[in-house]
Design a protein around this ligand. Sequence first.
Ligand SMILES: O=C(O)CCC(=O)C(=O)O
Ligand SMILES: [Fe+2]
Length: 397
Amino acid sequence: MQLGAYRTTLTAAPLSSVFRGKMMNRGIKSRADGNSVNSKNNLTDHESGQPQVWSTSKSGYEEEFPSLSVSNRRTRIDLGTHCQPKWRKVVDNVDKLQIEPSTSISHQDDTFLPTSFGKKPLPSSSRNPMLRQTYHENGEGKRRSTFSKGTAIDEPFDICISEAREYNPLTGQVLRPGMVLFKNYIPLSEQVKIVNRCRELGCGPGGFYRPGYDDGAKLRLYMMCLGLDWNPQTRKYGERRHHDQVAAPGIPHEFTSLVRRVLDDSHTLIKRVLKTENVEDVLPAISPDLCIVNFYTTNGRLGLHQDTDESPDSLLKGFPVVSVSIGDSAEFLYGDQRDVGKAESVLLKSGDVLIFGGESRRIFHGVKTIIPDTAPHALLDATKLRPGRLNLTFRKY
Ligand SMILES: O=C(O)CCC(=O)C(=O)O
Ligand SMILES: [Fe+2]
């Protein structure tokens, strides 16, 4: 994480020449550049009067899942494990990845299957044969209803749909070499646990605080560091918090397991999409030793920046940043330059996971906007999470 990003969008105070020099050395626009952008484009943040570097020209929303046709593909459909009608997204993603015809995909609801979809049911080795069917799409036969057939008389019927599911990593997208996006990766029950854990840690010693600078300017987010503390002003890591010397809380083991699962799934996807066995060359695996947890209120944002404060070895090896989004959706920008006009945009929703490592480790990225009232209602009901977005970025120092 670079100071420049926070600085340019979050504060109105001048940078010291030391910081400006550092940023210029790294090819990052300094505050002075921010001002010139401001005066040229006449953009000013109404709240703070600070210069804004965001462009309004790009929106990734409509492009997220373009509609593509499905044909000649052997497709396994897992029914009854989740209630959301995601089949179209799954199928579109598979098409994007050009997965071979023999590839199987899973999803959780057949409500919106096209009429040409899912002919000739086959027996499946599922956990719950009542609710699962395997289909071959071969243009014959009729789709079987899970209701009309197959309910064994001696088996209890669960009137609720189980949330437990096996995520199919092949539904992810490789955005660039080393950059992977998994939509809807984290089930709601796990999102609830993550919020609860962050709340618990966040209310304790070393919990959430509003980072600021010596001149009194504040960032537009709340931050908590796990494992190691990150000082936004000096851009250095330490074991104790820079402002109060409290030890940074450790990373909970369930978070570490999540990162392992994400990276395993990324490797499965990369192997398939990039047709390589050397997945670690594309995206090295890590066990994270630090996590920066940001909470953005609905007017929070984060300017385009690179994450370059980890150790030179970590950066050299392309150790990934694993970013978990929970709560309200965010418009996330990324690109090769610190130029919002040239950046690509992707909508990050609650439960999405984005990974950038390997060749993409130094990608410029930022949060353009938080989109109010987009968090899942069930998450809000279960957690009472405030309006806004929780983001966890796991890294290895
Ligand atoms: O909130 C996000 O999605 C990105 C956070 C980030 O880039 C950072 O903490 O360095
Ligand atoms: Fe970052």
